[in-house]
Design a binder for this molecule. Structure first.
Ligand code: NAD
Ligand code: IPM
Ligand code: MN
Length: 368
C-alpha cells in the first residue's frame, strides 16, 4: 500500500463540515487503488487567529511544506472582519500560504453536469456543454502589491482638511506573466487548443505588458494554440452570453477571482466550483467558494466543490487519473439520480431529494 501525507486545513465557517466529506471521498477512492492517506490537521484563518494570534502559524506552514498535498476548505467570517489594518485577518493566512508555497497557478474548471443544466440561473440551452478552465494567476497582481493606508495632512478630507488616504498597487514582472501564460497554453493543448487572455489593456500598463508577453510566449512556444484577447468588462458579459465558446481563460489574480465566481453560477452554484493551486512544490486544493458564514453550522453546505477538489488532487498531485475519474463518475451519478443540496435544487426537486452535507458525501462514496 502506498501512503501519501495530506495536510488538512478545515479553516472556518462551513470549512470543517465540507472537508470531512472530502476526506471521506479521498479515503474511499484511495482504497480502491491500494493507496492510503495519512492526515495532519493544521490551523489556518480565523481559527488560527483565535488560537495563535496569527492567520498563518509557522507550524501550519511547516506541516504543509512537509506534506505531499494540502487540502483546504475555506477561511474567514464576520467574527474576524475588521477595518483596522493593525488587526490580523483570516484571508491573510490564505494569501500567505499561497505565496509561501509558490502556488502561482490556480486552475478553476467550470463544467456543467448535465443534470444541473436547469439548476443554473441561465437558460439550459446557453449553459449546455459549458467546459472551460479558468487559469488564474495567484501570487501576483493587486493582491500582493505595495499598499498603504495613512492619514494625510494634505487635503484628503472634506474641504481641504486632513484626511485618510489609501492605495493598492497592481504590479507584474515578466517572468510571472510568462509562467502563467505557459500554464494556460499547456492546459489548452490538453483541451480544445484555445486560450482567451483577459486583461484591461485599454487602460492598464500591466495589462499592456501582459498582452505583449502572452502573445510572445504563444507565438514562440505554442503556435498551434489559438489565442484571443478579451477585455475584462466584455469578458464578464460574454461569459454569460456565450459560455460554451470559452476553453482556457487566463487572467490576472483579481480579475480571475471575480470572473470565476461569475462563471461558477453558470454551473448552478458556487458550491460546485473546485480549484487546484499549483506551483513547483507541494500543491493545494481548495473549493473556489468561501466559508459561507450565512449557512455555517447547519449541515446544509454543498460539499461537491470540496469533493471535486479532491478529484483534482488525485489528478495533479498523485497522477491517479482512474481514481479521479471514479469520483467524477460518482458525482455525476448522484446528480443524475436527482440528489441535491439546497444551493443546487431545481424548481421541480422533490423535498425528499434535498440532502445535507453529510448525506451528499455518503452518496458520492456509495457510488465509488
Ligand atoms: P462565500 O463564497 O463564502 O459565499 C457566497 C454565497 O455562496 C453565500 O450565500 C454562501 O452561502 C454560498 N455558498 C458558498 N459556498 C457554498 C457551498 N459550498 N454550499 C452552499 N452554498 C454556498 O463568499 P462570502 O460570503 O462573500 O465570504 C464569506 C467569507 O469567506 C469571507 O470572510 C471571505 O473572505 C471568505 N472567503 C474565503 C475563501 C477561501 O477560503 N478560499 C474564498 C472566498 C471567500
Ligand atoms: C478565493 C477567495 C480568496 C481570493 C480570498 C478569501 C482571499 O475569494 O479563493 O477566490 O480572493 O483569492
Ligand atoms: Mn474568490
Amino acid at each position: 500500500t502506498k501512503t501519501y501525507n495530506i495536510c488538512l486545513l478545515p479553516g472556518d465557517g462551513i470549512g470543517p463540515e465540507i472537508i470531512a466529506e472530502g476526506v471521506k471521498v479521498l479515503d474511499a477512492a484511495g482504497a480502491k487503488y491500494d493507496t492510503a492517506f495519512s492526515y495532519t490537521e493544521a490551523l489556518l484563518g480565523g481559527c488560527a487567529i483565535d488560537a495563535c494570534g496569527t492567520a498563518l502559524p509557522d507550524e501550519t506552514l511547516r506541516v504543509a511544506e512537509a506534506s505531499d498535498a494540502v487540502l483546504l476548505a475555506a477561511v474567514g467570517g464576520p467574527k474576524w472582519d475588521t477595518t483596522d489594518p493593525a488587526k490580523p485577518r483570516p484571508e491573510q493566512g490564505l494569501l500567505g500560504i499561497r505565496k509561501a508555497l509558490g502556488l502561482y497557478t490556480n486552475l478553476r474548471p467550470v463544467q456543467i453536469f448535465n443534470a444541473l443544466a436547469d439548476a443554473s440561473t441561465l437558460k439550459p440551452e446557453i449553459v449546455d456543454g459549458v467546459d472551460m478552465m479558468i487559469v488564474r494567476e495567484l501570487t501576483g497582481g493587486l493582491y500582493f502589491g505595495r499598499r498603504e493606508r495613512f492619514y494625510d495632512e494634505d487635503g484628503c478630507g472634506t474641504s481641504g482638511a486632513a484626511g485618510q488616504r489609501a492605495y493598492d498597487t497592481l504590479e507584474y514582472r515578466e517572468y510571472e506573466v510568462e509562467r502563467i501564460a505557459r500554464q494556460a497554453f499547456e492546459a489548452a493543448r490538453k483541451r480544445r487548443n484555445k486560450v482567451t487572455s483577459v486583461d484591461k489593456a485599454n487602460v492598464l500598463e500591466t495589462s499592456r505588458m501582459w498582452r505583449e508577453i502572452v502573445h510572445r510566449v504563444g507565438a514562440e512556444e505554442y503556435p498551434d494554440v489559438e489565442l484571443e484577447d478579451l477585455l475584462v468588462d466584455n469578458t464578464a458579459m460574454q461569459l454569460i452570453s456565450r459560455p460554451v465558446d470559452f476553453d482556457v481563460v487566463v487572467t490576472e489574480n483579481m480579475f480571475g477571482d471575480i470572473l470565476s465566481d461569475e462563471a461558477a453560477q453558470i454551473t448552478g452554484s458556487l458550491g460546485m466550483l473546485a480549484s487546484a493551486s499549483l506551483g513547483d512544490g507541494t500543491a493545494l486544493y481548495e473549493p473556489s467558494h468561501g466559508s459561507a458564514p450565512d449557512i455555517a453550522g447547519r449541515g446544509i453546505a454543498n460539499p461537491l466543490a470540496q469533493i471535486l477538489s479532491v478529484e483534482m488532487m488525485l489528478r495533479y498531485s498523485f497522477d491517479m487519473n482512474e481514481a479521479a475519474d471514479d469520483i467524477r463518475r460518482a458525482v455525476t451519478a448522484v446528480l443524475d439520480e436527482g440528489w441535491r443540496t439546497g444551493d443546487i435544487k431545481q424548481v421541480d426537486t422533490p423535498a425528499d431529494k434535498i440532502v445535507g452535507t453529510v448525506a451528499m458525501g455518503d452518496l458520492v462514496v456509495s457510488h465509488l
